[in-house]
Design a protein around this ligand. Structure first.
Ligand code: G3I
Length: 303
């Protein structure tokens, strides 16, 4: 197949991109998006600060625009993200204890209900584990409401939208390490106790010299717990063959794990990326295909 989306579809997978609403009417941006990709995720438009700027006042304009764009083109939508320590609205940053807990669970319920039936997979909780060697939770206002905040969020999301797959999403989990093992233990515990969780998002913000020696084994150990994997925010710093090789390894690892159901890059072209001094995406600033693009396409085609 000669597009990313069509190549991924040969094995039942999707290939997605993070998008911003105000570029959907830019013809180069939207032309590449609709030609190459079969899934979208909002880079910022569905986060807490965007969707509930004032307590109990919801604002779905940007999210609805993305969902409508996708539905009109037969693309699926990843929802990102119901709860996260970052990008909280100011009013939530000032809450704590049971008041924050009930505001957070209300947020999950309201947003998941609004988009019910339209989201393939939700990042219910984003980045709740600490970096480094502890393997434990990250300190945050949400964590300080009690260690059970994550399972409470997953249960609320399941009730609000029973058809969405519910994911835990994090970064620096690109291999078997203390952080990914902490997450693995949480997922195993959730599965044992019947807490609803369906998938784990491996963000994969990488560089050309990232060590991917245990990348596939890490995906496989999560799959063996009975959850799906998704590569959710892939981008790779650098350029040329070194960059292309990292993209190829990630794509091949996903292809080699039956439960790895899709890949999303965190943007489309190097013109619009959260890493503005780098060139981490598959299309250059003129929307031309890079060497990395051809490596991914080749791997999706089984090459
Ligand atoms: O919307 C405001 C705008 O009104 C204001 O004028 C402007 C001035 O700085 O800021 C705008 O908000 C920015 C927002 O992006 C929208 O452009 C924020 O400052 C900026 O911090 C925010 O950055 C986003 C970042 O998450 C926030 O932490 C990036 O675009 C987005 O790519 C990034 O995405 C995260 C994932 O959600 C989670 N995983 C890591 C990934 C990369 O950091």
């Amino acid at each position: 197949a000669d597009t990313l989306g069509a190549a991924a579809a040969q094995t039942g997978r999707y290939f997605g991109a993070a998008v911003v609403p105000n570029l959907l009417n830019d013809s180069s941006y939207a032309g590449t998006l609709s030609r190459e990709f079969t899934s979208v995720v909002a880079e910022n438009a569905m986060k807490w600060d965007a969707t509930e700027p004032n307590r109990n006042q919801f604002s779905y304009g940007g999210g609805d625009q993305i969902v409508n764009y996708a539905r009109a083109r037969g693309m699926t939508v990843r929802g990102h993200a119901l709860l996260w320590h970052a990008q909280q609205p100011g009013w939530a940053q000032g809450l704590s204890g049971s008041d924050l807990r009930s505001a957070a669970i209300n947020h999950v319920t309201q947003v998941a209900t609004h988009f019910r039936g339209q989201i393939h997979s939700w990042d219910v909780v984003n980045e709740a584990f600490a970096d480094g060697s502890s393997g434990g939770r990250r300190d945050s206002n949400l964590q300080r409401t009690g260690n059970d905040w994550i399972e409470a969020a997953f249960r609320a999301a399941r009730s609000a939208d029973p058809s969405a797959k519910l994911c835990y999403n994090d970064y620096n989990t690109d291999g078997i390490n203390a952080k990914s093992t902490g997450i693995y233990n949480m997922v195993a515990d959730f599965r044992n106790r019947g807490v609803p969780i369906d998938c784990v998002g491996i963000q994969s913000h990488l560089s050309s010299n990232s060590n991917l020696s245990s990348y596939q084994a890490n995906l496989q150990r999560f799959a063996d717990l009975g959850v799906d994997l998704q590569i959710t925010e892939l981008d790779v710093g650098g350029s040329g063959s070194a960059q292309a090789n990292v993209y190829r390894q990630v794509t091949q690892a996903c292809m080699n794990v039956a439960r790895c159901t899709g890949i999303t890059t965190w943007g489309i072209s190097d013109l619009h990326t959260w890493r503005p001094n780098d060139t981490p995406l598959l299309f250059d600033r003129n929307y031309q295909k890079k060497e990395a693009y051809h490596a991914v396409l080749d791997a999706l085609n089984g090459g």
